[in-house]
Design a protein around this ligand. Structure first.
Ligand code: NAG
Ligand code: NAG
Ligand code: NAG
Ligand code: NAG
Ligand code: NAG
Length: 798
């Protein structure tokens, strides 16, 4: 009975709709009031000013003190407080307030991968002496996630670490089952947790029996996994129950780790509050992290950039030279679902790697089929089709005939019958006392991570063959052999079907996602107390686990960003991003392998951004597209912010001009981004870009090669850029794009490549020509869908 109740809970979860409380009379919600930078004031002065501001909407000062959850006063200025709608509205109209928005709940975007990217250990060792690569020993990566399992070997202390960087001002806090004296060391140098927001929004945490820990300790597993992917130390002989055996390590295995626990166990996954996320950013920036890794977000509709905790945090991180890396989301493969789309964040899509787990299925007629699984032991069983176990053949709990209908059997399930997931099918077969599942799905979705009950994945063609065999035999049987680990024999990378695609739904001129990295079946550290599937039914324990999602690709790029920061400590976040983007490779480079796969289309820039990251090339990109404070002032002008608001948001620098140019707002496409997207081209347009020579040869000469998107003519002027020690390291060029024929509505893809014979600096050029009338309706894509100051409140609270 217990199992049934639990299953009901699990099933109802997948359909649960979280009631949004109506904003009636006295009802209060957690709101965030964003005020820009903190003007160089001390945190205590800033906090006092927050209380003064808040007191204006309360009758007694005590009420204001009680309502405030966080005062963000170190990395930037703002606060989170419990407010009713009148108070929120009043504050949003107050001078000096940039935006007021309701705190929302975000979701997680839930060892061979590094070798696959050409950054194998041997190479790293060899390169280290040549390139003074210190493995990122001096770089601190802050991971905003579900916390950490400090006992994991990935985070152990090691005599090779030098002292903790003297710039570090962070701390390890004490809490439930978390003692800094034993948990923290020269690897794990910081650990904090934030739950004022989530408890105000979702109620008190359940901490009985280790259901959660009021501390940086990880209950879910996700944070341990992402942190070890970004910076985990080298651990030999890691495997998941023997599968995928090899050395596990992060992208920057010597970098230091600072953990900011902002996501909490709820409904079998982690949930995170805007208010807590901003508090973590506020601390991380003052603690002195160099890279922030955040594998979380919220599905579209996207809120304006300055009504989103992650974007506000990343904006102030950027101004302090800190790189923020985000996951693109798991809402693919439909267009425009990409999340975390600001130009100052780095947004990562997910792709496959060349490792598979082939599993041989031998049917009773001796036909054999190779599927994919994570099976560790041999199984010989009766084989039945789903309709003998489920009333209408749908492998779902509600359709189960009775609790023993699948006893001693393996059940063939089709994803296409009733649209079930492999996880749902495995649970349903388990509930029917079955022994396992053969799960047939389309090729693009086939590869999947482990289920808690034995599941072999096959494609629709294979599934149909198995179905015909079952129907043709009186007593069908199957023999499933243990899975093997095979590396290097699969066409890869290919973009993962779940990876969220561009274009951005609020800033279509900014290419998103920016790059792609491995995100399917990534092996990394796991808390032994959480089962690999996080299901309570699953009683297995493991120190290593496979996981998939843009959650997994994001920390790969955070690790590479840490290496770049280690080699080039003075590079701005824009330069680091440029280095990653211009050196990435497109899947077209391996199109012959891809096509051998049969059914996959070549990835385009809305699938993978500039392409798949290439860590070694990113350390020496030749040219970078840098962007400084003035560039961001102009971008904020393009979003509709006034000079007064911009002065409050952009850190004052010597001779920084914070005014917006007269004669119309600048166009967002003019931001010096390492990609050009023109979503609404009806007449010729010229776009300017400036590159900085960061190569060893200060007298390098670069020549351009342009591939015009179909239906357009793109030209670059000048065609050659000559750098010299006398003329400086910067040079500008212009790209003019002309529609070549009438068209409407289709994106086409081209590129601009600069080369000095050694470096190849590639920039995607994406154009949608819209010079045909659309039944008299003007095109809507103007690129100005950003936020407009304090009016954010009305949109954000709606
Ligand atoms: C909101 O709170 C303030 C201060 O407590 C109160 O004066 C006001 O009436 C409240 N508004 C609503 C809509 O409840
Ligand atoms: C809290 O967690 C414990 C341990 O997982 C569980 O047994 C209990 O039912 C939970 N309580 C609530 C109210 O969810
Ligand atoms: C690797 O670990 C396995 C257990 O998972 C153990 O049996 C084996 O001896 C180890 N191999 C080495 C080389 O340490
Ligand atoms: C399958 O192969 C086994 C061993 O090779 C053989 O004994 C058996 O008769 C074969 N069964 C069928 C149906 O061909
Ligand atoms: C459960 O369903 C199976 C398959 O239809 C049937 O063979 C079995 O007798 C049923 N058991 C019970 C207890 O009804």
């Amino acid at each position: 009975m217990e199992v049934f109740l639990l299953l009901l809970v699990v099933f109802s979860l997948s359909f649960a709709v979280y009631p949004i409380q109506s904003t009636t009379g006295s009802h209060t919600d957690v709101h965030i009031v964003y005020l820009g930078h903190n003007n160089g004031l001390s945190p205590s002065l800033t906090s006092r000013s927050h209380l003064q501001l808040l007191s204006r909407v309360f009758t007694k000062p005590d009420e204001a003190r009680q309502a405030i959850l966080y005062s963000y006063s170190c990395g930037f200025s703002g606060f989170a407080a419990l407010l009713n709608s009148t108070q929120a509205c009043t504050l949003s109209e107050t001078e000096g307030v940039i935006s007021v928005f309701r705190s929302r709940t975000l979701e997680l975007h839930t060892t061979r991968s590094w070798d696959f990217m050409g950054l194998n250990l041997h190479m790293q060792m060899e390169q280290s002496s040549q390139m003074h690569l210190k493995f990122g020993d001096d770089v601190i990566v802050g991971v905003l996630d579900t916390g950490v399992w400090p006992e994991s070997e990935s985070f152990r202390d090691d005599p090779h670490y030098g002292p903790i960087p003297s710039s570090w001002r962070g701390t390890c806090v004490k809490g439930d089952s978390f003692d800094p004296a034993t948990a923290c060391n020269r690897k794990l140098i910081g650990a904090r947790y934030y739950l004022a927001g989530i408890e105000s929004e979702l109620g008190p945490l359940n901490t009985s029996d280790g259901a959660e820990y009021r501390s940086p300790r990880d209950r879910v597993g996700h944070g341990t996994h992402t942190a070890s992917t970004a910076v985990g130390s080298v651990v030999p002989n890691a495997s998941y129950f023997g599968l995928g055996r090899g050395a596990a390590r992060g992208g920057a295995p010597m970098a230091r780790l600072a953990v900011y626990k902002v996501c909490w166990y709820k409904d079998l996954t982690g949930r995170c509050s805007d208010a807590d996320i901003l508090a973590a950013f506020d601390d991380a920036l003052c603690d002195g992290v160099h890279v922030v890794s955040a594998s979380l977000g919220s599905s579209p509709p996207l809120m304006p950039l300055f009504a989103t905790s992650t974007e506000i945090g990343a904006f102030h991180a950027m101004q302090r030279g800190v790189v923020t890396v985000f996951s693109a989301g798991n809402d693919g493969p439909d267009a425009s679902m990409v999340q975390n789309v600001s130009p100052w964040g780095l947004t990562v899509a997910a792709s496959t790697i060349d490792r598979r787990f082939p599993t041989v299925i031998t049917l009773g007629n001796n036909a054999s089929i190779v599927g994919e699984s994570f099976l560790v032991k041999d199984m010989k069983k009766r084989l039945v089709e789903s309709s003998s176990v489920f009333t209408d053949g749908t492998c779902a709990f509600e359709q189960l005939i009775n609790r023993t209908a699948a006893s001693g059997k393996i059940v063939l399930c089709f994803a296409t019958m009733g649209m079930v997931s492999s996880e749902g099918a495995a649970l349903a077969v388990y509930a029917g006392n079955g022994d396992g599942v053969i799960f047939a799905d389309t090729i693009s979705r086939k590869a999947s991570q482990d289920n808690f009950w034995p599941t072999v994945h096959v494609d629709l063609h294979q599934g149909t063959q198995i179905l015909y065999y079952i129907r043709a035999s009186r007593k069908a049987t199957v023999h499933i052999s243990p899975s093997k680990t095979v590396v290097g024999k699969t066409p890869a990378p290919t973009v993962a079907h779940f990876s969220s695609r561009g274009p951005s739904s609020i800033t279509p001129n900014i290419l998103k996602p920016d790059v792609t990295a491995p995100g399917v079946n990534i092996l990394a550290a796991w808390p032994p107390k959480s089962s690999p599937t996080v299901l309570p039914l699953d009683k297995r324990s493991t120190n290593w686990n496979f996981d998939s999602g843009t959650s997994m690709s994001c920390p790969h790029v955070s690790g590479i960003a840490a290496l770049i920061k280690s080699v080039h400590p003075t590079w701005s976040p824009a330069a680091v991003k440029s280095a990653l983007m211009t050196t990435a490779y497109m899947y077209d480079d391996t199109s012959d392998v891809m096509l051998a796969g049969g059914t996959l289309k070549a990835a385009d820039a809305f699938d993978v951004g500039a392409g798949h990251v290439d860590p070694l090339r990113a350390l020496d990109p030749g040219l970078v597209y840098d962007a400084g404070a003035r560039d961001h002032v102009l971008f904020l002008c393009s979003l509709g912010y006034t000079a007064v608001q911009i002065r409050q948001m952009v850190l004052p620098g010597s001779s920084l001009d914070t005014s917006c140019p007269g004669g119309g707002a600048p166009h967002a496409a003019d931001l010096n981004y390492p990609a050009i997207v023109l979503p609404d081209l009806s007449a010729p347009v010229t776009v300017k870009r400036t590159v900085t020579n960061v190569g060893a040869n200060r007298g390098a000469v670069y020549r351009s090669a342009v591939v015009s998107p179909q239906g357009t003519r793109a030209e670059v002027w000048p065609p050659e850029l000559a750098f010299s020690p006398y003329h400086g390291d910067k040079a500008s060029y212009y790209v003019s794009v002309t529609p070549a024929k009438p068209s409407r509505g289709r994106f086409d893809f081209g590129e601009i490549v600069w080369s000095d014979g050694f470096h190849r600096v590639r920039t995607p050029l994406v154009v949608r020509v819209t010079n045909l009338p659309d039944d008299g309706v003007r095109a809507a894509a103007t690129g100005d869908h950003g936020s407009h100051g304090a009016t954010d409140y009305l949109q954000a609270a709606a």
